[in-house]
Design a protein around this ligand. Structure first.
Ligand SMILES: [Zn+2]
Length: 95
């Protein structure tokens, strides 16, 4: 088995990877659960410069900046995987 790398997802890849339900969960997590260490709180003004990353474990991680203070924030997005998820991951890794 080749080592899977972390991939920064282009917006089209991100669109293709998540189904509608996962996209809803993603925006909820993004707006309500990303913790900023500098603000010591969930990012009060949300997160900007968001880059979705497919991790080496095929999980979706976001990297971004706290909109209020500009600190870098990351969060693993725990999305419920549907039956086709692994195939869509494979399609992205093979492009
Ligand atoms: Zn902050």
């Amino acid at each position: 088995m080749p080592q899977d790398d972390e991939i920064e997802l282009a917006s089209q890849q991100f669109e293709d990877l998540l189904n509608e339900e996962q996209k809803e969960a993603f925006s909820y997590l993004l707006n309500h659960t990303v913790f900023c260490p500098s603000c010591s709180n969930i990012c009060p003004d949300g997160v900007v410069n968001v880059i979705p990353v497919l991790t080496d474990a095929d999980e979706v991680l976001i990297k971004g900046k706290c909109a209020k203070c500009g600190s870098g924030v990351t969060r693993l997005m725990l999305l419920e995987e549907d039956a086709g998820f692994a195939d869509r991951v494979k399609a992205i890794r093979n492009t």
